[in-house]
Design a protein around this ligand. Structure first.
Ligand code: ZN
Length: 106
């Protein structure tokens, strides 16, 4: 009984590595054969995968929010550029107008 509990503890510790497929073949086999006969560790594996999925979804959400934020920042920058360009263009137009008037009159 105690031996099985200890083994379950070890298997549970190995589950993240097992899911990441970074275990050596012999350890991987040991985890698999234990999982085949231990519902508790099967559940632990299921829970871990679920948690992993949720955290991936969470990071995908964060990424989407970040992209959205970047896009709206881009719009904001374009708006600012246009807002800044209009008076500059008007100013240049005014200067050109003055120069043309000066040339014509001069
Ligand atoms: Zn177990």
């Amino acid at each position: 009984m105690d031996e099985k509990i200890t083994q379950c503890g070890i298997i549970e510790d190995l589950i993240p590595s097992y899911v990441d497929e970074v275990l050596s073949d012999s350890v991987n086999d040991a985890v698999e054969s234990h999982l085949n006969e231990c519902p508790k560790c099967q559940e632990a594996l299921r829970q871990y995968k679920l948690k992993l999925q949720n955290s991936q979804m969470e990071s995908a959400k964060t990424e989407a929010a970040f992209v959205k934020k970047m896009k709206s920042a881009k719009h904001y920058l374009i708006g600012m550029a246009i807002g800044a360009a209009i008076p500059i263009v008007a100013f240049i137009g005014f200067i050109v107008y003055i120069v043309i008037l000066t040339v014509i009159n001069g």
